[in-house]
Ligand binder design. Structure first.
Ligand code: ADP
Length: 595
């Protein structure tokens, strides 16, 4: 292992231990202290108690002394057992929950604060997924690893001291044994790291397969198409690849483990110390039989501990350290979007202006919006139309400041939107996205997006969005099944109406609606248009629509193609222009007529 890696693994451990101590200090103290306490009697009994009993027995001293030693030992074990059982069984599970809560809260808060564009960055996204999936276990593993190391170090020191007092020469055997074991341990650690790295892409594939089988998103396709077989074949191939990839590492590992563990231990400790101390105890009688037993057990125990510290623990330190590193990188990722200071929230619409706006998504080279100029006067209903990929959603993303423009400027009331505090700026907009989400919460909460919904207001908003279904518990009905087995399931159209109702509930100066009627039947679409017309009395509405029947009511229509505005005007103006909008409109009208 390189020195730099060692340092960063160490730093990562310290970072994680600090994090755990900050949120659950008792867990760190209890975990480290109680485990050391629980292990101490056994470590000592193997050497000190054994030596004492043998010495008393062989030297013909009064046996009651053995009884006293045993009683003291048992009493010590009972007390430490009581403490550790109470800690592990009563306190620890609660502490663990607290720790997991702290980890996830930290991750969620950070994820919610990050720029939206961070989701386009695979490195950030991978770190987020990794943090979400494994940080709770890793944090615990760091603690447990530290505990193991500490227990073993204390063991080495205590037993080492005992052996030195009996016969320091034994430590020479131990030192030689360790000197042979340690470099082999490092080699093992390296093979392990190489193996983990070789397996990472295959692990990622495995995760994908499990996602496919547990997420509902894939469930329909899997049932109705041959995709299940296709995925299964790939899965089988991945398993074979895994076995093939891992095989050479296993071959290397078993040889190294054999050389490391068996040979030095057998030759130096079992044979060497037995001969040396056996000779001194039986032939020259320089040491007692108890000393012989104690040094033999002690040397084996020290060698095993050092072996564990240099190989197993070194491997897990590096492995856990890598995860903590990614967690740290995720936590330290800086937001690129700079928040301004302006906090104005308009109570009535003002002018929105795009001036020479061009945009390419971060990390890409292609401009998806080119030199966009548009002005939206207050209270207007503006429709954005165009083929898929024309840039409509991107344009609304820029207005909502989910991304910053690459060139040009967007102004609201004459002020660059980058001058706003982002949170305050967002308060000006009610947005309904094409890929909206409902949450596992009550109907009222889903409309208000608040834990104390104004039920009257929510009910009016739902009506305005043409949601007319009566749910068993009214506004208190739980949606989705995650929190309640009787949670309400909704059709695509119903769900969309709830999403739309949010825009009616959040009474903002501007509404941005991306395909608001995509899942609605014609009747619902008609009543939505009516409600929107009413709501639009008091706000500016910018909406994207593929259903050109809804664009008829817009004051102005912008037709986009390949990131550029190619037509602009009212429905009548664009129809008489007889350009691409008119062509699309007629095509749709025919399709409807055919039905
Ligand atoms: P529309 O809403 O008109 O269908 P979009 O604004 O969604 O079009 O997309 C415009 C172009 O930008 C498309 O070519 C699309 O592939 C690309 N695009 C959209 N989102 C991203 C993204 N997050 N990263 C890179 N390219 C994107």
């Amino acid at each position: 292992m390189k020195n730099k890696e060692k340092v960063s693994s160490f730093k990562n451990y310290v970072y994680m231990l600090k994090f755990i101590s900050k949120h659950t200090p008792f867990m760190v103290f209890g975990y480290l202290f109680f485990d050391v306490l629980a292990n101490l009697p056994w470590t000592l009994s193997n050497v000190v108690l054994l030596k004492y009993i043998i010495d008393v027995a062989t030297e013909g001293e009064a046996l009651y002394r053995v009884a006293i030693a045993l009683v003291l030992f048992v009493a010590f074990v009972v007390v430490t057992n009581l403490c550790t059982t109470l800690f592990y069984e009563v306190s620890m599970p609660k502490q663990k929950e607290k720790l997991y809560f702290a980890i996830y809260k930290t991750i969620y808060e950070k994820a919610a604060k990050m720029d939206y564009e961070a989701y386009d960055n695979p490195e950030y996204y991978n770190d987020l997924v990794l943090a979400m999936n494994s940080m709770n276990e890793r944090a615990y593993a760091v603690l447990s690893n530290t505990q193991d190391i500490l227990t073993n170090i204390i063991g080495v020191i205590t037993i080492g001291t005992v052996i030195v007092t009996i016969d320091p020469v034994c430590l020479v055997f131990v030192a030689v044994c360790v000197a042979i074991m340690t470099p082999i341990g490092r080699l093992i650690a390296k093979v392990n790291v190489d193996r983990t790295e070789a397996m990472t892409p295959l692990d990622r594939k495995n995760l994908y397969f499990s996602r496919v089988f547990y997420l509902q998103d894939y469930a329909k396709e899997l049932r109705l198409s041959g995709a299940g077989k296709m995925i299964e074949d790939r899965y089988n191939k991945n398993i074979l690849d895994r076995i093939k990839t891992i095989a050479p590492y296993l071959t290397k590992q078993w040889k190294l483990y054999f050389c490391q563990e068996s040979l030095p231990m057998t030759i130096l400790i079992y044979l060497g110390i037995t001969l040396l101390m056996g000779y001194k105890a039986i032939v020259t009688k320089e040491v007692s039989m108890g000393d012989f037993a104690a040094t033999f057990n002690g040397a084996a125990s020290i060698s095993t501990s050092v072996f564990a510290i240099t190989s197993q623990f070194a491997i897990s330190i590096r492995e856990n350290g890598l995860y903590v590193e990614k967690f740290r990188r995720f936590m330290n990722a800086k937001e690129k979007m700079v928040s301004g200071t302006k906090t104005t929230v308009f109570d009535k619409p003002v002018t929105i202006k795009f001036e020479n706006v061009s945009f390419k998504y971060p990390g890409t080279e292609k401009y998806v919006l080119k030199n966009i100029n548009l002005e939206i006067s207050p209270y207007k209903k503006i429709a954005l139309v165009g083929y898929n990929g024309a840039g409509k959603t991107t344009l609304t993303n820029l207005l909502l400041r989910l991304y910053d423009v690459t060139e040009g400027v967007i102004k609201v009331n004459g002020v660059d939107i980058r001058d706003w505090d982002i949170k305050a700026y967002h308060k000006n907009f009610a947005a309904v996205f094409q890929d909206f989400s409902l949450f596992g919460a009550t109907l009222g909460e889903n409309v208000s997006m608040d834990d104390i919904p104004d039920k009257d207001k929510a009910s009016k908003a739902l009506k305005a969005a043409s949601f007319n279904r009566e749910l068993p518990d009214g506004m208190d009905s739980i949606l989705l099944k995650e929190f309640d087995d009787n949670g309400v399931s909704l059709s695509g159209g119903e769900a969309q109406k709830i999403a739309i109702s949010r825009a009616f509930y959040k009474n903002c100066a501007f509404a941005v609606l991306d395909e608001p009627s995509a899942n609605l039947d014609p009747v619902a679409e008609y009543s939505l248009n009516q409600s929107m017309a009413k709501a639009a009395d008091s706000k500016t509405v910018l909406f994207i629509s593929h259903r050109l029947s809804t664009t008829v009511m817009a004051d102005e229509i912008y037709m986009l193609e390949n990131g550029e505005i190619i037509e602009h005007g009212s429905h009548e103006e664009l129809m008489s222009l007889d350009g691409k909008y008119a062509y699309m409109f007629r095509l749709q009208a025919e399709k409807y007529a055919e039905r």
